[in-house]
Design a protein around this ligand. Structure first.
Ligand SMILES: CC(C)(COP(=O)(O)OP(=O)(O)OC[C@H]1O[C@@H](n2cnc3c(N)ncnc32)[C@H](O)[C@@H]1O)[C@@H](O)C(=O)NCCC(=O)NCCS
Ligand SMILES: Nc1ncnc2c1ncn2[C@@H]1O[C@H](COP(=O)(O)OP(=O)(O)OP(=O)(O)O)[C@@H](O)[C@H]1O
Length: 198
Protein backbone atom coordinates (compact mmCIF):
# COMPACT_ATOMS: atom_id res chain seq x y z
CA UNK A 1 0.00 0.00 0.00
CA UNK A 2 1.24 3.50 -0.88
CA UNK A 3 1.80 5.99 1.89
CA UNK A 4 -1.00 8.56 2.30
CA UNK A 5 -1.06 11.62 0.04
CA UNK A 6 -0.47 14.60 2.37
CA UNK A 7 -2.56 17.60 1.37
CA UNK A 8 -1.76 20.79 3.29
CA UNK A 9 -4.61 23.26 3.80
CA UNK A 10 -3.84 26.86 4.63
CA UNK A 11 -5.12 30.39 4.21
CA UNK A 12 -4.86 33.55 6.25
CA UNK A 13 -7.08 34.21 9.26
CA UNK A 14 -10.80 34.03 8.45
CA UNK A 15 -10.35 32.73 4.89
CA UNK A 16 -12.40 29.58 5.56
CA UNK A 17 -9.89 26.89 6.60
CA UNK A 18 -12.01 25.33 9.34
CA UNK A 19 -15.14 25.32 7.18
CA UNK A 20 -13.25 23.71 4.30
CA UNK A 21 -11.48 21.19 6.56
CA UNK A 22 -14.87 20.09 7.91
CA UNK A 23 -15.97 19.34 4.35
CA UNK A 24 -12.94 17.06 3.85
CA UNK A 25 -13.80 15.29 7.11
CA UNK A 26 -17.39 14.83 5.90
CA UNK A 27 -15.96 13.13 2.77
CA UNK A 28 -14.15 10.66 5.05
CA UNK A 29 -10.68 12.22 4.87
CA UNK A 30 -8.69 12.15 8.15
CA UNK A 31 -8.02 15.78 9.15
CA UNK A 32 -5.28 17.01 11.47
CA UNK A 33 -6.16 20.47 12.77
CA UNK A 34 -3.33 22.67 14.08
CA UNK A 35 -5.67 25.08 15.89
CA UNK A 36 -7.53 22.23 17.62
CA UNK A 37 -4.19 20.76 18.66
CA UNK A 38 -3.24 24.09 20.24
CA UNK A 39 -6.58 24.08 22.10
CA UNK A 40 -5.74 20.64 23.53
CA UNK A 41 -2.23 21.76 24.49
CA UNK A 42 -3.74 24.71 26.41
CA UNK A 43 -6.44 22.73 28.22
CA UNK A 44 -6.08 21.53 31.82
CA UNK A 45 -3.29 18.93 31.83
CA UNK A 46 -2.21 20.03 28.32
CA UNK A 47 1.48 19.77 27.47
CA UNK A 48 1.97 23.51 26.88
CA UNK A 49 0.47 24.65 30.20
CA UNK A 50 3.57 24.50 32.46
CA UNK A 51 5.85 26.39 30.04
CA UNK A 52 3.18 29.05 29.35
CA UNK A 53 2.56 29.53 33.08
CA UNK A 54 6.25 30.20 33.52
CA UNK A 55 6.67 32.48 30.48
CA UNK A 56 3.42 34.45 30.96
CA UNK A 57 2.54 34.76 34.66
CA UNK A 58 -1.19 35.10 35.31
CA UNK A 59 -2.28 33.58 31.99
CA UNK A 60 -2.95 30.10 33.38
CA UNK A 61 -6.21 29.95 35.33
CA UNK A 62 -7.47 26.75 36.99
CA UNK A 63 -4.76 24.71 35.26
CA UNK A 64 -5.63 25.84 31.72
CA UNK A 65 -4.44 28.66 29.48
CA UNK A 66 -6.97 31.50 29.49
CA UNK A 67 -6.99 32.58 25.81
CA UNK A 68 -8.52 36.01 26.51
CA UNK A 69 -5.71 36.79 28.97
CA UNK A 70 -3.14 35.43 26.56
CA UNK A 71 -4.49 37.63 23.76
CA UNK A 72 -4.23 40.62 26.09
CA UNK A 73 -0.61 39.86 26.91
CA UNK A 74 0.20 39.40 23.22
CA UNK A 75 -1.64 42.50 22.06
CA UNK A 76 0.76 44.38 19.80
CA UNK A 77 3.81 42.49 21.20
CA UNK A 78 5.74 40.67 18.52
CA UNK A 79 8.33 39.35 20.95
CA UNK A 80 5.73 37.81 23.22
CA UNK A 81 4.13 36.03 20.28
CA UNK A 82 7.55 34.71 19.19
CA UNK A 83 8.17 33.36 22.69
CA UNK A 84 4.74 31.70 22.69
CA UNK A 85 5.42 30.13 19.28
CA UNK A 86 8.74 28.72 20.50
CA UNK A 87 6.77 26.83 23.17
CA UNK A 88 3.81 25.76 21.05
CA UNK A 89 5.21 24.90 17.61
CA UNK A 90 7.48 21.96 18.61
CA UNK A 91 4.54 20.39 20.48
CA UNK A 92 2.21 20.74 17.47
CA UNK A 93 4.83 19.20 15.17
CA UNK A 94 5.04 16.15 17.44
CA UNK A 95 1.24 15.79 17.43
CA UNK A 96 1.12 16.04 13.64
CA UNK A 97 3.75 13.34 13.19
CA UNK A 98 1.85 11.02 15.52
CA UNK A 99 -1.40 11.64 13.60
CA UNK A 100 0.20 10.83 10.23
CA UNK A 101 1.64 7.62 11.68
CA UNK A 102 -1.73 6.63 13.18
CA UNK A 103 -3.44 7.10 9.77
CA UNK A 104 -0.76 5.47 7.64
CA UNK A 105 -3.35 3.23 5.95
CA UNK A 106 -5.41 6.20 4.61
CA UNK A 107 -5.00 7.19 0.95
CA UNK A 108 -5.29 10.92 1.73
CA UNK A 109 -4.70 13.01 4.87
CA UNK A 110 -5.55 16.71 5.21
CA UNK A 111 -3.25 18.86 7.35
CA UNK A 112 -5.09 22.08 8.32
CA UNK A 113 -2.31 24.49 9.32
CA UNK A 114 -2.72 28.30 9.46
CA UNK A 115 1.07 28.79 9.46
CA UNK A 116 1.84 26.07 6.89
CA UNK A 117 4.34 28.10 4.82
CA UNK A 118 5.60 30.23 7.73
CA UNK A 119 6.65 27.13 9.72
CA UNK A 120 7.97 25.18 6.70
CA UNK A 121 5.32 22.46 7.12
CA UNK A 122 4.60 22.74 3.37
CA UNK A 123 7.83 20.79 2.81
CA UNK A 124 6.26 17.58 4.09
CA UNK A 125 3.11 18.02 1.94
CA UNK A 126 2.58 16.44 -1.48
CA UNK A 127 0.39 19.40 -2.47
CA UNK A 128 -0.95 22.56 -0.87
CA UNK A 129 -4.51 23.92 -1.02
CA UNK A 130 -5.00 27.60 -0.20
CA UNK A 131 -8.41 29.05 0.65
CA UNK A 132 -8.95 32.71 -0.06
CA UNK A 133 -11.38 35.62 -0.30
CA UNK A 134 -10.65 39.34 -0.91
CA UNK A 135 -9.07 41.19 2.04
CA UNK A 136 -12.14 43.27 2.86
CA UNK A 137 -14.31 40.13 3.18
CA UNK A 138 -11.64 38.55 5.35
CA UNK A 139 -11.48 41.49 7.77
CA UNK A 140 -15.28 41.68 7.97
CA UNK A 141 -15.53 37.94 8.68
CA UNK A 142 -12.97 38.03 11.48
CA UNK A 143 -14.33 41.16 13.17
CA UNK A 144 -17.88 39.77 12.92
CA UNK A 145 -16.83 36.93 15.24
CA UNK A 146 -16.37 39.57 17.93
CA UNK A 147 -13.36 37.82 19.49
CA UNK A 148 -10.65 40.19 18.28
CA UNK A 149 -10.00 43.91 18.13
CA UNK A 150 -8.57 45.45 14.96
CA UNK A 151 -5.12 45.77 16.55
CA UNK A 152 -5.13 42.09 17.61
CA UNK A 153 -6.14 41.17 14.05
CA UNK A 154 -3.37 43.36 12.62
CA UNK A 155 -0.76 41.64 14.82
CA UNK A 156 -1.91 38.26 13.53
CA UNK A 157 -1.98 39.44 9.89
CA UNK A 158 1.51 40.84 10.32
CA UNK A 159 2.77 37.34 11.25
CA UNK A 160 1.13 35.68 8.28
CA UNK A 161 2.52 35.42 4.76
CA UNK A 162 0.32 37.70 2.60
CA UNK A 163 -2.57 36.02 0.83
CA UNK A 164 -1.15 36.75 -2.65
CA UNK A 165 2.10 34.95 -1.72
CA UNK A 166 0.18 31.98 -0.37
CA UNK A 167 -1.87 31.70 -3.55
CA UNK A 168 1.27 31.94 -5.66
CA UNK A 169 2.81 28.98 -3.80
CA UNK A 170 -0.35 26.84 -3.81
CA UNK A 171 -1.01 23.87 -6.06
CA UNK A 172 -4.76 24.45 -5.66
CA UNK A 173 -6.78 27.53 -4.67
CA UNK A 174 -10.44 27.55 -3.58
CA UNK A 175 -12.28 30.85 -3.26
CA UNK A 176 -14.62 30.38 -0.31
CA UNK A 177 -17.44 32.68 -1.38
CA UNK A 178 -20.26 30.20 -0.92
CA UNK A 179 -20.65 26.98 1.01
CA UNK A 180 -21.99 25.00 -1.94
CA UNK A 181 -19.30 26.25 -4.34
CA UNK A 182 -16.64 25.32 -1.83
CA UNK A 183 -18.13 21.87 -1.23
CA UNK A 184 -18.19 21.15 -4.97
CA UNK A 185 -14.54 22.24 -5.30
CA UNK A 186 -13.54 20.05 -2.34
CA UNK A 187 -15.25 16.99 -3.84
CA UNK A 188 -13.63 17.60 -7.20
CA UNK A 189 -10.17 17.96 -5.67
CA UNK A 190 -10.52 14.76 -3.65
CA UNK A 191 -11.61 12.88 -6.78
CA UNK A 192 -8.66 14.30 -8.75
CA UNK A 193 -6.12 13.33 -6.09
CA UNK A 194 -7.59 9.83 -5.74
CA UNK A 195 -7.59 9.33 -9.52
CA UNK A 196 -3.94 10.37 -9.83
CA UNK A 197 -2.60 8.58 -6.76
CA UNK A 198 -4.65 5.38 -6.65
C1 LIG B 1 -2.92 34.16 19.48
C2 LIG B 1 -3.95 33.26 20.17
C3 LIG B 1 -3.86 33.36 21.67
C4 LIG B 1 -5.37 33.71 19.71
O1 LIG B 1 -6.32 32.81 20.20
P1 LIG B 1 -7.82 32.86 19.68
O2 LIG B 1 -8.59 31.82 20.45
O3 LIG B 1 -8.30 34.27 19.72
O4 LIG B 1 -7.76 32.51 18.14
P2 LIG B 1 -7.38 31.13 17.41
O5 LIG B 1 -6.38 30.35 18.18
O6 LIG B 1 -8.62 30.45 16.99
O7 LIG B 1 -6.59 31.67 16.14
C5 LIG B 1 -7.28 32.32 15.10
C6 LIG B 1 -6.37 32.41 13.91
O8 LIG B 1 -5.29 33.28 14.20
C7 LIG B 1 -4.19 32.91 13.42
N1 LIG B 1 -3.02 32.68 14.30
C8 LIG B 1 -2.99 32.07 15.50
N2 LIG B 1 -1.75 32.06 16.01
C9 LIG B 1 -1.00 32.69 15.11
C10 LIG B 1 0.37 33.02 15.04
N3 LIG B 1 1.22 32.65 16.02
N4 LIG B 1 0.81 33.68 13.95
C11 LIG B 1 -0.03 34.03 12.95
N5 LIG B 1 -1.33 33.74 12.95
C12 LIG B 1 -1.80 33.09 14.01
C13 LIG B 1 -4.60 31.67 12.65
O9 LIG B 1 -5.09 32.02 11.38
C14 LIG B 1 -5.70 31.11 13.49
O10 LIG B 1 -6.51 30.26 12.75
C15 LIG B 1 -3.77 31.77 19.73
O11 LIG B 1 -4.01 31.62 18.37
C16 LIG B 1 -2.37 31.25 20.05
O12 LIG B 1 -2.10 30.88 21.17
N6 LIG B 1 -1.47 31.21 19.02
C17 LIG B 1 -0.13 30.73 19.22
C18 LIG B 1 -0.01 29.32 18.73
C19 LIG B 1 0.06 29.28 17.23
O13 LIG B 1 1.05 29.70 16.62
N7 LIG B 1 -1.01 28.78 16.61
C20 LIG B 1 -1.13 28.72 15.18
C21 LIG B 1 -1.35 27.31 14.71
S1 LIG B 1 0.16 26.37 14.68
N1 LIG C 1 -17.24 28.54 1.79
C1 LIG C 1 -17.74 29.55 2.51
N2 LIG C 1 -18.80 30.24 2.06
C2 LIG C 1 -19.31 31.28 2.76
N3 LIG C 1 -18.81 31.70 3.96
C3 LIG C 1 -17.78 31.04 4.46
C4 LIG C 1 -17.18 29.93 3.78
N4 LIG C 1 -16.15 29.48 4.52
C5 LIG C 1 -16.10 30.26 5.62
N5 LIG C 1 -17.07 31.21 5.59
C6 LIG C 1 -17.31 32.26 6.62
O1 LIG C 1 -16.06 32.80 7.02
C7 LIG C 1 -15.89 32.74 8.44
C8 LIG C 1 -14.49 32.21 8.73
O2 LIG C 1 -14.43 30.85 8.35
P1 LIG C 1 -13.49 29.80 9.10
O3 LIG C 1 -13.70 29.86 10.57
O4 LIG C 1 -13.69 28.49 8.39
O5 LIG C 1 -12.09 30.43 8.73
P2 LIG C 1 -10.63 30.03 9.22
O6 LIG C 1 -9.72 30.29 8.05
O7 LIG C 1 -10.63 28.67 9.80
O8 LIG C 1 -10.41 31.11 10.33
P3 LIG C 1 -9.20 31.19 11.41
O9 LIG C 1 -7.94 31.43 10.64
O10 LIG C 1 -9.59 32.35 12.24
O11 LIG C 1 -9.19 29.91 12.17
C9 LIG C 1 -16.97 31.80 8.95
O12 LIG C 1 -17.53 32.35 10.10
C10 LIG C 1 -18.00 31.73 7.84
O13 LIG C 1 -19.05 32.63 8.12
Amino acid sequence: MNRPFLLGLTGSIGMGKSTTAKMFAEEGVPVWDADATVHALYARGGAAVPAIAEAFPGVVVDGAVDRARLREVLNGEKQALSLLESIVHPLTTASRMAFIKAHSDADLILLDIPLLFETGADKICDAVLVVSVPAEHQRARVLARGTMTESQLDLILDRQLPDAHKRARAHHVIETHTIEGTRAAVRQLIAEIRARHA
